[in-house]
Design a protein around this ligand. Sequence first.
Ligand code: UDP
Length: 427
Amino acid sequence: MISKDKQLHFLLIPLMSQSHIIPLTDFAKLLAQYGINVSIITTPLNAQRYKSLITQSLNFNLKIQLISLQFPCEELGLPKGCENMDSLPSTNLYKEFFLACETLKQPLEEIIQKMETKPSCIISTGGLYWTQEIADKFKIPRYVFQTISCFALLCSQETGTRNSELPNETTTKQSDDVQSVVHQIKWSSIGATSIIMQQKMDEIMHRSNESSINKEHSYLTWLNSMKPKSVVYVSFGSLCHMSFLQIKEIGLGLESSNVPFIWIIRGLNVSSEVEKWLSDENFEEKVKGRGIIIKGWAPQLMILSHPSIGGFLTHCGWNSTLEGITYGIPMITFPMFADQFYNEKLIVNVLQIGIRVGIEEKNKVLVKKEEVKKAINQLMNEGLESEERRKRAKELAIMSKEAMKERGSSYLNIKLLIQDVMQLVNN
Ligand code: UDP
């Protein structure tokens, strides 16, 4: 606990994207448990996703407040209601989205000006480089919250080829505007924290979004009926836009693998073509008892933490990667953009807890159903190689839990951060 006379106030500003909001919200809870006042900047539609955080804050007397700022969608060429990157219909709109975020600067400065207790520091996503200017103006330190791994950061610095905050599709056709944004992001670094071990089932059910299913959904009964480590969980995060043809190949691969699965098809990818194919194929009927499809937002942590889950077909987003590691689940890697290719190398080559589905970064072609089937069967079989992969994944899960315990490396790093801010405030 922080003593009263040194009351700290942390201002958290996440990029409005699930992979930033989720870990920064976890971090907010952790900070508040240390007695720190936390303010999180959000927008009206994103604020609705914080319902469970608000309930928990009230229940546990955590001092977390949400500050909601209007987000100018239509004025900047974004479709109405696109306040989160997961609702953008196309990656071509990333530039407009980042520019819309920048318009939050002035109203935020006005709010800080009127605050009774000035923030002790700002913790914000690297991509929101303009938050550095706010910190400079109010003479408070700013810490960059990284949602990518140290491994990916190091690789991208060494190769100097790509800024991992912006997806590939955008950086390959950068205008001068975007180039300058990228440059500022690079120069304007706290890492992703995984405090998921401390969360209760009720909390993770609706983590940063309303699940498309409720607690009573039959998937849980079904999972409970499955053998330990027998089910593959298939999910590609909150942002990916996947073609109908690719979705179809994945579906056919899952069907022919004969392995039990839960397959998440992200809301925007559930096109009429996908719906028609699923219904023409009678897909759900064909895999009944062996496979479940969830269309929309799934309670990923809840599913990954279930003992029946034995494999994770993932796009290698850093949060998903950490979640897979924390629950000791071997992975099939299906990266699509940005740091995901580095995360694949970490999972497959460094940690040796996964196998590749076979995507080549430079030469993106359709991953065929045979490749999906082969990877699933290779991961889920009971051969020596698979058993060793499972053993390594289990060891890493134990290490990640140790890191969060008192005297663990993550625990100590958070304490060091708080001490750092406290010293700066007192000087
Ligand atoms: N997530 C979830 N349900 C879904 C899809 C994603 O809970 O249906 C969560 C997932 O657990 C992770 C985050 O959303 O915490 C996705 O972040 P990640 O870095 O893996 O990928 P991105 O969304 O940035 O591609």
